[in-house]
Design a protein around this ligand. Sequence first.
Ligand code: ZN
Length: 223
Amino acid sequence: MNYRHIINGVDAELPLGKVVCVGRNYAAHAAELNNPVPTEPVLFIKPSSALVSLDEPIAIPSQLGDCHFEAEMSILVGSPLRAGCSAEQARAAIAGVGLALDLTLRDLQQQLKEKSLPWEKAKAFDGACPMSECVSLDRVADLQNQTIQLRQNQQLRQNGNTADMLTPVLPLLGYISQFFTLLPGDLVLTGTPAGVGPLAVGDELELSLSNLLHCQTQVTARV
Ligand code: ZN
């Protein structure tokens, strides 16, 4: 395990917990994959074994079809959130804001969807959640006005803004907490804007969250 939760450059000394993800939280991304825009958040979970550092090369599975990038703003939870918490409680529990890749084995996911089977094998595999360092919430002027950009080999592929989330961060945390208690060290991935696509071994990736976070990494094959 080469990932630790870091906030403002310092080890947050938080355990690595579950990663709760929301699917289709941007209408333009739902449309690009021919999915309907959901009436309430679509949730799934990656285990802590999916976490790796976004500052290190990303090793993708090579025999399982296309592996797509999905750049997402991520929220690091610092104190417990339960039972449909309020927006105020949700805000107070945010320890940090980061950037993550929700790596997705798209061909495998499509096969699983067609059979109405769960997505875990396509979304929760080892290394499926490369995660950046975080910044503390006081450095983020407005959670719902942050640009998310991903460049693949210098080409701008994703260029979204958190203003376009269907369910904004604070109500999303409240919604999630109705089903899953969020514990210190858990992460929430808030969905990807449009522009997702397949990774290839050798790709150079650059991700940014406004002027708050900037990460560069390369894609390698998993041995
Ligand atoms: Zn995603």
